[in-house]
Write a protein that binds this ligand. Structure first.
Ligand SMILES: *[C@@H]1O[C@H](CO)[C@@H](O)[C@H](O)[C@H]1NC(C)=O
Ligand SMILES: *[C@@H]1O[C@H](CO)[C@@H](O)[C@H](O)[C@H]1NC(C)=O
Length: 198
């Protein structure tokens, strides 16, 4: 009886661990309705906002703010570009996401041993991360350029202008040591020398 109990206990631990490892995030097509497992990015004017991704021809794929019920999004790239096509929404287990404070000079240090969620890519430049900042108008989701060490700014669309900030939060994911996204290795890696220089 005791043996069965102990075995059952060990088995449940194993299952928990395995299911934890398997959990992942993904981008669903966004049609104006918010899926149950969409990741809340913050609040704006008393309602939740969500994390989107939009494609702009000849520019790339970028993180954006999604307002529930509004299909059109404002994309921070060479000013503000608006689109309601090819918009996706980030979904996954909420407990595994974490917003980590970072800034223009220390981002690459902050990301050592962390898994930042990829937000898209800027054509001919590289991959971008997902950033957020909370201003008077509420939470803004946008892109973080991490192409150059020590120069990682956050860009977001505000009305008709593209703004940038030096201090922001970056979206990270607890991946339990699994490399969920192989593109991780394409981001400039810090050497000990780089760390001394920052
Ligand atoms: C970024 O954060 C570091 C501390 O982690 C600080 O020393 C540095 O001054 C900050 N830079 C900016 C631009 O805020
Ligand atoms: C960031 O914003 C400032 C204005 O606040 C602007 O002068 C500057 O050109 C912007 N930088 C980039 C890289 O867009």
């Amino acid at each position: 009886m005791l043996v069965i109990f102990v075995f059952g206990f060990l088995f449940s631990l194993t299952v928990d661990k395995v299911s934890g490892v398997k959990e992942d995030y993904y981008w669903r097509d966004y049609d104006g309705t918010i899926p149950d497992d969409a990741v809340v990015g913050g609040q704006s004017f008393g309602h939740d906002i969500f994390i989107g991704q939009a494609y702009i021809r000849d520019e790339g794929v970028f993180p954006v703010t999604i307002n529930p019920g509004v299909i059109e999004v404002a994309v921070p790239i060479k000013g503000v570009k608006r689109t309601d096509k090819y918009v996706k929404i980030l979904c996954g287990p909420p407990a595994n996401f974490q917003w980590v404070p970072a800034n223009v000079t220390n981002l690459h240090v902050v990301l050592l041993n962390k898994h930042a969620v990829f937000g898209g890519h800027e054509d001919s430049k590289g991959y971008v991360y997902i950033g957020k900042s909370t201003t008077k108008g509420g939470t803004q989701i946008g892109k973080i350029d991490a192409f150059a060490l020590g120069d990682a700014k956050f860009f977001y669309a505000s009305k008709d202008s593209e703004n940038n900030l030096s201090v922001y939060d970056i979206l990270c994911y607890a991946d339990f040591g699994q490399k969920l996204d192989k593109r991780e290795t394409l981001i400039p890696q810090m050497t000990p020398k780089d760390q001394q220089n920052i």
